[in-house]
Design a protein around this ligand. Structure first.
Ligand code: TRP
Length: 330
């Protein structure tokens, strides 16, 4: 039997290059090897965005972007979380296992409390149990997530163990974080330091048009340039090179690397090249996104089919859970 992979993304923005190289790029390969469930975590998005303007539209946008990146609805199950009500019932059972003190100690919860003391809702507190329900509902063994999700992953494993132990069953496997072919690529932002992220405001989105991409790259932070041959690259410069490594030809990267080493680099030229290469990379994806988004009935069909498959899997697990606790099967 194939291993089961589950991955979710909150529909609070567009996919950016960080999402792509960090995770989504691998989904195309994973769907050939594993039983994959890729979903849009629209319930999770309510924890921070309680009044979305168009939650269905946001989900469709990410769905189109996923499809444009090569997720194939004939190979993977791709669905919208809120289309699978079984997840909420499992969430309820897991909340009976979850300990308040432990949830309060989750680093991302504490960050959110610090940043938004006016909206410390219980949904935010129980974010990890909802995430656990997402993963355990399909009995996933692998979850492709970055380092920032490690604490959530530990809690998911703990809930799985706790449930199995409490009811003396072997129902849930303990899922592991999954980094296909080494650690996932950390993609830097363009503002000098840190990784690319929507909340960091330094992202290049797959849906950005050429002009927007040009503007963002040309604005990237640089410095006056090296004056000593073979000097190490300060972070903003290293970041430009890291982006180039992702989208450009190795020979292009070499070319600018050599110019840097002999202190002859002109960042304007490098940025122009990087702009062209990012555009070359993004344009076909962007065109596919627009093409798919223009066909809402198709998107709705994909979501419907995905939900049916996801529910099949979810109902199977939930019936076992209900039976284990003592409820009748449904
Ligand atoms: N917490 C994840 C994030 O912020 C999103 C997510 C929700 C998720 N449920 C999941 C990821 C289940 C993997 C599996 O990126």
């Amino acid at each position: 039997m194939k291993e089961i992979v589950v991955s979710g993304i909150r529909p609070t923005g567009h996919l950016h290059l960080g999402n792509y190289f960090g995770a989504v790029q691998n989904f195309g390969l994973m769907q050939d090897e594993y039983d994959c469930f890729f979903f849009i975590a629209d319930w999770h998005s309510l924890t921070t965005h309680p009044r979305p303007e168009n939650i269905q539209g946001n989900a469709h946008t990410i769905l189109a972007e996923y499809l444009a990146c090569g997720i194939d609805p004939d190979k993977a199950v791709i669905y919208i979380q809120s289309d699978v009500p079984e997840i909420t019932e499992l969430y309820l059972y897991l909340n009976m296992l979850a300990q308040l003190g432990e949830l309060e100690r989750v680093a991302s919860f504490k960050d959110k409390v610090r940043l938004h003391p006016d909206n410390v809702n219980v949904g935010l507190l129980t974010y990890p149990t909802l995430m656990a329900a997402d993963v355990l509902i399909h009995k996933a063994t692998k979850v492709p997530v970055g380092k920032d999700q490690e604490q959530n992953m530990e809690m998911i494993r703990r809930y799985a163990r706790h449930f199995n132990h409490l009811y003396n069953v072997d129902l849930f496997p303990e899922p592991e974080s999954f980094h296909p072919e080494g650690p996932m690529r950390k993609v830097p932002g363009l503002n000098g330091s840190g990784k690319m992220g929507k909340s960091e405001g330094n992202a290049i989105y797959l849906s950005d048009d050429e002009k927007t991409i040009r503007k963002k790259v040309m604005k990237a932070v640089t410095d006056a340039g090296p004056t000593i041959p073979n000097s190490p690259k300060p972070e903003p410069i290293a970041n430009l090179f890291a982006l180039m490594e992702l989208v450009s030809d190795p020979s292009t990267l070499d070319y600018f690397d050599n110019l840097y080493k002999c202190c002859e680099i002109r960042y304007g030229d490098m940025k122009k090249q990087l702009t062209d290469d990012i555009n070359r990379f993004c344009t076909p994806i962007r065109e596919r996104i627009h093409h798919i988004l223009a066909d809402i009935p198709y998107l709705k069909g994909v979501a419907k089919r995905g939900a049916e498959h996801a529910r099949q899997s979810a109902i199977g697990t939930l019936n076992e859970v209900r039976q284990t606790i003592g409820f009748p099967c449904r």
